[in-house]
Design a binder for this molecule. Structure first.
Ligand SMILES: [Fe+2]
Length: 264
């Protein structure tokens, strides 16, 4: 009798140990392949909810000018400096650990990428998004929406003040928890260049259990998605600081996702 693979993205039928075994087998095969992978796996079966929606065809070139007619646009004056502070968007202070996240966006030669629109979105300190599909039993913080944006400066530096996000459960498998992370979008010079990725926090115990993080098979590439704690970014009696640089091209580039619009 043939086993039936359950492809319901919200079925949560597999156990963590089953997912771990699948991830370990893929990792072992990768380590024995001798080939260095530079991109996340699109077809990564332990990431159950991506099975039926990951791209299966090569990207198609779009006419940039045509795309610009129906995609978001922004001007320099549209982005206010206060939008980089996610802790001041409401009447009160959000609950949680106040942090500053900063870094430089550079190209493969280390040149700064100036005036780059950087957008972030994240869960609150309890691991809850303000999103209709996030209904797990953690409180919404009325003083925290979890979205912000800024433009890089002449040195390619971005800087956000926010609340450290909590880990949260998702329905990939039984008892699945995502490591704490902040989603990043870099707009590029037009919408067809937009790139999306996630920044993680150092030492997270959920890294080895998470199929999204593990869909990057190369440990060096995974490490490039993890911020470092930087005491020089921390400020006296106010916030702790993290540094995370983004390299757009070359062998040290930061991996980006091939899908858009998924809050996970
Ligand atoms: Fe997320």
């Amino acid at each position: 009798m043939t086993a039936i693979t359950n492809t319901d993205p919200d079925s949560a039928s597999a156990s963590q140990s089953e997912i771990n075994a699948e991830m370990a087998a893929i990792e072992s095969a990768y380590l024995h392949s001798g080939i260095e992978e530079t991109q996340p796996r699109l077809d990564y079966p332990p990431y159950r909810s991506s099975l039926l929606r990951h791209p299966v065809n090569e990207p198609q070139h779009a006419d940039p000018e045509g795309v610009e007619l129906h995609t978001p646009v922004f001007g320099r004056r549209d982005v206010h400096a206060l939008e980089s502070d996610l802790t001041i968007q409401h009447a009160g202070e959000p609950i949680g650990e106040r942090i500053v996240v900063t870094g430089r966006i550079v190209d493969g030669e280390g040149r700064p990428v100036r005036r780059q629109l950087v957008e972030v979105w994240q869960a609150n300190a309890a691991g809850r998004y303000v999103h209709k599909r996030d209904q797990h039993a953690a409180p919404i913080d009325p003083n925290f929406t979890g979205v912000g944006r800024c433009l890089t400066d002449d040195d390619g530096t971005y800087r956000f003040t926010t609340i450290k996000p909590g880990p949260y459960p998702w329905k990939n498998h039984r008892n699945a928890w995502r490591p704490a992370h902040i989603h990043f979008s870099l707009f590029g010079t037009d919408f067809t260049q937009r790139m999306i990725t996630q920044m993680y926090f150092p030492g997270d115990p959920l890294f080895s259990l998470d199929p999204i993080y593990q869909s990057i098979t190369d440990q060096k590439a995974r490490d490039r998605l993890v911020a470092t704690y930087d005491h020089d970014v921390s400020t006296h009696e106010w916030s702790t600081g993290y540094r995370w640089d983004i390299v757009l091209t070359g062998s040290q580039r930061t991996l980006v996702e091939n899908t858009q619009g998924d809050y996970r």
